[in-house]
Design a protein around this ligand. Structure first.
Ligand SMILES: C[S@@+](CC[C@H](N)C(=O)[O-])C[C@H]1O[C@@H](n2cnc3c(N)ncnc32)[C@H](O)[C@@H]1O
Length: 280
């Protein structure tokens, strides 16, 4: 028992130092399962203590990080954010002809940035003017980034994943695949959508980000801050905020709050914040 506590504390310590993620006390089963999987994936033939020593010495660091991230996501998650993007933000860019630069800061397997891109395509079509848009999508987990760049998803025809205003057949090609449940198909993102997005690795707990001040018109930072302590959430938000233009929009996840940014933003909807001044 003592050994397990020690082992799990070590995992938490290493994970925090590499990613900033803080694991709560009730995560013992999750830690045990993921450690076993890490051992299998790396084909490490010592015990778990030795495996963690190896990680501390710089071996299997990527595999360790990829094992302990939680990547749950889906297309048009919290769809009111995409409705806001569609109705309030994007029409301004259709009108001005200026490029909109968007940042998706924890893009996981890609459903979130592809939902942003579909929203751009939809508004362009509706308003009859092609909006110039670029989307940078980053995550710390290299496995999910590869998955996102491939852009192939399982899709159950009965699912309600896409809102009524999106017709998935416009944005995905159907792929024939045997051995799938009968109502499921594989869908692949079309190139037009892919072209809008650049995927890359970025650790939100890094002390600075490689962007210009005021680089982005829109930042999505959703359902990732929950993995950090309050103090670290605040630090990440302040770092991200520097790169958001005045008048730009920050979207946060349903249980995340803007913390110290509160006096520098105007609320435009549920966890939607428009920047009105710089914090420093
Ligand atoms: C639960 S998913 C959320 C995905 C998407 N934003 C959404 O709302 O559906 C959280 C993502 O945050 C990423 N993540 C965790 N720690 C991170 C860090 N320090 N830097 C960048 N991404 C991180 C994970 O790899 C994971 O893909």
């Amino acid at each position: 028992m003592q050994d397990t506590i020690h082992l799990h504390d070590k995992v938490k310590e290493i994970l925090y130092s590499l990613t900033g993620i803080t694991l709560n006390d009730n995560k013992d089963i999750m830690i045990a399962n993921r450690l076993q999987k890490l051992k299998r994936d790396t084909k490490f033939d010592g015990n778990l203590d030795d495996l963690l020593v190896a990680v501390e010495q710089g071996r299997f660091v990527t595999e360790f990080i990829n094992s302990f991230t939680t990547n749950k996501t889906h297309f048009f998650r919290e769809d009111f954010h995409f409705v806001d993007l569609r109705d309030r933000v994007l029409p301004q860019f259709a009108q001005s002809g200026k490029e909109i630069k968007m940042y998706c800061s924890a893009s996981s397997t890609g459903e979130e940035p592809y939902s942003m891109a579909m929203t751009v395509a939809e508004v362009s079509e509706t308003l009859g003017s092609r909006i110039k848009a670029s989307i940078l999508a980053t995550d710390i987990d290299t496995n999910v980034l590869q998955y996102a760049a491939d852009g192939i998803y399982r899709y159950a025809k009965s699912s309600k994943e896409f809102p009524d205003w999106i017709k998935p057949q416009k944005y995905f090609k159907r792929r024939v695949q045997k051995n799938l449940a009968s109502e499921e198909i594989l869908i692949k993102v079309k190139d037009d959508l892919k072209k809008m997005i650049t995927f890359g690795v970025l650790n939100l707990s890094d002390s600075s980000y490689p962007f210009e001040r005021h680089e982005f018109d829109v930042i999505f930072c959703r359902n990732v801050l929950i993995y950090f302590s309050d103090v670290d959430q605040n630090k990440i938000l302040k770092r991200l905020f520097k790169h958001l233009k005045i008048g730009g929009t920050l979207y946060l996840g349903h249980s995340e709050s803007p913390q110290d940014l509160i006096n520098y933003v105007t609320r435009a909807g549920q966890n939607i914040f428009v920047k009105n001044k710089d914090i420093d």
